[in-house]
Write a protein that binds this ligand. Structure first.
Ligand SMILES: C[S@@+](CC[C@H](N)C(=O)[O-])C[C@H]1O[C@@H](n2cnc3c(N)ncnc32)[C@H](O)[C@@H]1O
Length: 220
């Protein structure tokens, strides 16, 4: 796992398994904030007091950290479930500069707890934030559990095509509650068509720096 500095000064890793960066090289925090927090979390929290969120790929925990930083002050209960088959070690996680880059020292112990907590059980990291990390392949996603919001953050289609097409897109759609949304950095045409054929309403939104478009899909 090698550490890189992205254009906004925040770190990311290059996966030794996939040879892919965990985030946009144009800015890891900038991308996460734009795609997952602004297009996903903020609109979802506006209408919910209790949010069930699924992340496809916990990785560095950056999306989870930003979700807590934005969500907890709203005093709404966030139940954050995240799949990850190749966990980042605590040692690697402590190399990441997210806390200093965000000037969020008060979240340092939360970020450490996020990585330290046990897999495959609920961890109450805060009165308003429960994390359930699942150490398993994405394909084992149960469609009987239903979510208000899904952060689709697998590696890009060139590296992991199966997670951007049927049947996995059908599995994601089935895991959404009515009114629930999926957000992702990916705007590939075949992915958007797969979401549409799973019955979702699909919209293209302006992407983060370096990307013209991102995708948000909603179950009506
Ligand atoms: C783009 S990174 C996710 C970045 C992450 N959301 C973050 O905030 O750092 C993709 C993640 O998916 C994980 N992953 C890749 N293939 C997987 C699979 N088949 N099942 C479960 N996790 C997988 C990788 O280990 C990696 O952590």
């Amino acid at each position: 796992m090698s550490l890189i500095i992205t254009d906004d000064g925040s770190h990311s890793f290059i996966s030794s398994t996939f040879g892919e960066a965990y985030h946009s090289r144009h800015g890891a925090i900038t991308e996460s904030q734009h795609v997952f927090i602004e297009a996903g979390l903020i609109p979802a929290l506006a209408t919910k007091s209790d949010l069930h969120l699924l992340e496809i790929g916990l990785g560095t925990g950056l999306n989870a950290l930003l979700t807590a930083i934005h969500g907890i002050p709203e005093q709404k209960s966030i139940h954050y479930t995240a799949f990850e088959k190749y966990p980042v070690t605590l040692e690697d996680a402590t190399r990441l500069n997210y806390i200093t880059n965000l000037q969020a020292e008060e979240w340092a112990s939360f970020f450490e707890d996020l990585h330290r907590c046990s897999w495959d059980e609920d961890a109450n990291l805060h009165e308003y934030f429960t994390l359930h990390k699942i150490k398993a392949d994405f394909t084992t996603l149960s469609v009987t559990d239903k979510y208000d919001l899904i952060y689709m953050d697998a590696f890009a289609p060139n590296a992991q095509s199966a997670f951007w097409e049927q049947p996995f897109t059908d599995q994601l759609a089935a895991a959404l509650k009515p009114g629930g949304t999926i957000v992702t950095y990916c705007a590939k045409g075949s992915f958007k068509r797969a979401l549409k054929s799973a019955g979702l309403e699909v919209e293209g939104l302006p992407g983060p720096p370096g990307k013209r478009e991102m995708t948000r899909a909603r179950k009506v």
